[in-house]
Design a protein around this ligand. Structure first.
Ligand SMILES: NC(=O)c1ccc[n+]([C@@H]2O[C@H](COP(=O)([O-])OP(=O)(O)OC[C@H]3O[C@@H](n4cnc5c(N)ncnc54)[C@H](OP(=O)(O)O)[C@@H]3O)[C@@H](O)[C@H]2O)c1
Length: 272
C-alpha cells in the first residue's frame, strides 16, 4: 500500500540535494508538497516539475533562520491543503574547518541554519502534525553520532538535532506522532561543493571526502522508508551502526586515530 498518497508534506531545504530529491520522490507517490527554502527560482523550477507529473506543490520562499518566515510557510501549507502530515527538515549548511580556526560569526551561522532552522520548523509544524498523527523528520548526519575533526561545529548542530528529536520522540509517543532522524555519511549533493571554510566563505576547492560518497537516491530511499515504517533512526550506510557500536566498545581510541588521519588539520587551513 502507498502510505504517501494524499499526504501533505512540508520540506525545508527543498530547492536542492536531498530535500529536492525527496520532494520529487514523494510527489511521484501522490503526496502534496510545500517547498521551502530561500531560492524562489529553484523552488519554482521544482514546482513546475512536480506539477508536470500531475502532483501539487506550493512554493514557499523561506529563510529558516527567521522564525516568522517559517511560521508563514507552515501557515500557508495549512491554508492551501488544510492539514500537515509530514515535516522534513532538510535545510542545512556544511562547515569543514577546525574549530580554533573558525570565526565566531561562521560558527553561529551554521548553528542558526542547521539547528534553529530545524527547531523553528518543528515548533510551528508540531500542532498540525499532532492532529494528523503524522511524522516529524530531521536530517542529521553521522557527524551527529560521533565527533569528527573538522566537523566540530557542524557535528554539534547535528548532535543538537539528534538530542532534540530523541526527547521529542518520547514526549510525543502518547500522541501517536512519529519522530525520526536520518543520519547519512557523505551524500552526492551540492552541499559539499558549497562547504564553508573557517572564514564563512565556501572553499574554492573543498577537500576531497576521505570516505565513499553515497548517491542521493540512496539517501532518499532511507528517508522514505523511515517515514513509512515510522522508524526512529536511519543510518547511511547501514553498517555505520555496528561500526559506531564497535567504536564505543573499543573506547574510541582506534576511531580517534583513524579520523585524525582522514581529517587532518592541514586540510582545514583557511581558503586562499
Ligand atoms: N550531502 C551530504 O553529504 C550530507 C550528509 C549528511 C547530512 N546532510 C544534511 O542533509 C541536509 C540536506 O543537505 P543536502 O546535501 O541536500 O544539501 P544542499 O544540496 O546544499 O541543500 C541544502 C538546502 O538547504 C537550503 N538552505 C540553506 N540555508 C537555508 C536557509 N537559511 N533557509 C532556508 N533554506 C536554506 C538550501 O536552499 P536555499 O539556498 O534555496 O535556501 C538547500 O535547499 C542538510 O541538513 C545536511 O546537513 C547532508
Amino acid at each position: 500500500m502507498n502510505c504517501y498518497r494524499d499526504k501533505v508534506v512540508l520540506i525545508t531545504g527543498a530547492s536542492s540535494g536531498i530535500g529536492r530529491a525527496a520532494a520529487l520522490r514523494l510527489a511521484g507517490y501522490g503526496a502534496r508538497l510545500g517547498l521551502a527554502s530561500r531560492s524562489q527560482a529553484e523552488l519554482g523550477k521544482l514546482c513546475g516539475e512536480i506539477e508536470g507529473q500531475g502532483s501539487h506543490a506550493l512554493v514557499l520562499p523561506t529563510d529558516v533562520t527567521e522564525a516568522e518566515q517559517v511560521r508563514r510557510a507552515v501557515d500557508q501549507t495549512i491554508e492551501a491543503y488544510g492539514k500537515l502530515d509530514i515535516l522534513i527538515c532538510s535545510a542545512g549548511l556544511s562547515l569543514r574547518a577546525y574549530f580554533e580556526d573558525t570565526t565566531l560569526e561562521t560558527l553561529e551561522r551554521v548553528m542558526r541554519v542547521n539547528f534553529f532552522g530545524t527547531l523553528y520548523a518543528t515548533h510551528f509544524a508540531l500542532p498540525h502534525v499532532r492532529k494528523t498523527k503524522g511524522s516529524l523528520v530531521a536530517m542529521s548526519s553521522l557527524t551527529g553520532k560521533r565527533g569528527i575533526p573538522s566537523y566540530a561545529l557542524y557535528g554539534a548542530s547535528k548532535f543538537a538535532i539528534t538530542g532534540l528529536y530523541e526527547a521529542l520522540r518520547i514526549e510525543l509517543a502518547k500522541d501517536g506522532v512519529h519522530v525520526g532522524v536520518v543520519s547519512p555519511a557523505f551524500v552526492d549533493t551540492p552541499l559539499r561543493t558549497n562547504v564553508l571554510g573557517p572564514d564563512g566563505q565556501p572553499w574554492p576547492e573543498p577537500p576531497a571526502p576521505p570516505f565513499r560518497i553515497w548517491p542521493v537516491e540512496k539517501c532518499v530511499d532511507r528517508l522514505v522508508r523511515l517515514i513509512a515504517r515510522r522508524q526512529r533512526e536511519a543510518l547511511l550506510p547501514a553498517f555505520s551502526g555496528p561500526l559506531l557500536l564497535l567504536d564505543r566498545i573499543l573506547g574510541s581510541r582506534l576511531g580517534d586515530r583513524l579520523l585524525s588521519k582522514r581529517f587532518p588539520h592541514d586540510n582545514s587551513k583557511p581558503p586562499s
